[in-house]
Design a protein around this ligand. Sequence first.
Ligand code: ADP
Length: 266
Amino acid sequence: MDHSEQKHLEQVPYYAEQGGEAALFAHAFAQRLPVLIKGPTGCGKTRFVEHMAARLGRPLITVSCHDDLSAADLVGRHLISERGTVWADGPLTRAVRTGAICYLDEVVEARKDTTVVLHPLADDRRVLPIERTGEHIAAAPGFMLVVSYNPGYQNVLKSLKPSTRQRFIALNFDYPVPEVEQAIVTRESGVDAAVAQRLVALAQALRRLTAQDLEETVSTRLLVMAARLVVSGITLPTACQAAVVDALTDDADTAAALAEVVAAVI
Ligand code: ADP
């Protein structure tokens, strides 16, 4: 099954820069270098790629990788139809043929054999060999390969092979500095600046906690969600309970500890 999503963005989606990443990405595009974006969940990786695709005038094809994702899911497969067997391009093949930006989100989730199909595309050759059809497709000029992953989830089994990794330039993302994060929360939710400031102060306090019981700390995405609840009429403490505390943990003790931080800051 094809879990990809294709976007032609006419307007450039809002993206607040963290420091030089837009210029680096644009140069990578010009030099036909594939890009690896590392960073925690909800810190702006996907928004950044959408923003850059629109700025560079390229269509964007996004694939959310999962542990069942096979090479055929990316490249394509033969399908049985009324007219017999027909070949159907997968999202990667579509991007290669049409010169789109192909974004593989959480690439380390995909099966190991899957990433191998990226190798000839991610070096000077820029070709996609399709075993099943015998085709060798040269990537159209606008084609670019972008992958992301979250190093926080990384374990020995789930990391990129060095042979894959060393084909990409890497951009390191993290949650934005407070002033930038406040601007994002305001802009994305329409909440007033004072509330955005308190939410960002809460995030700062929570991110200082030791990550013992939490797999991940509060993301910019969760702050935006809390702010949207406030704009919609929910009180700030209730919004923080739903969009931050209960969103981050299932453990009652951890939730109580987080709720204390909320009570102290909000
Ligand atoms: P990731 O792909 O890293 O998990 P996203 O790009 O989906 O995260 O970001 C989640 C949400 O947070 C976005 O939809 C947007 O509202 C907001 N966001 C995070 N960082 C930024 C940023 N730098 N500029 C604009 N919006 C951002």
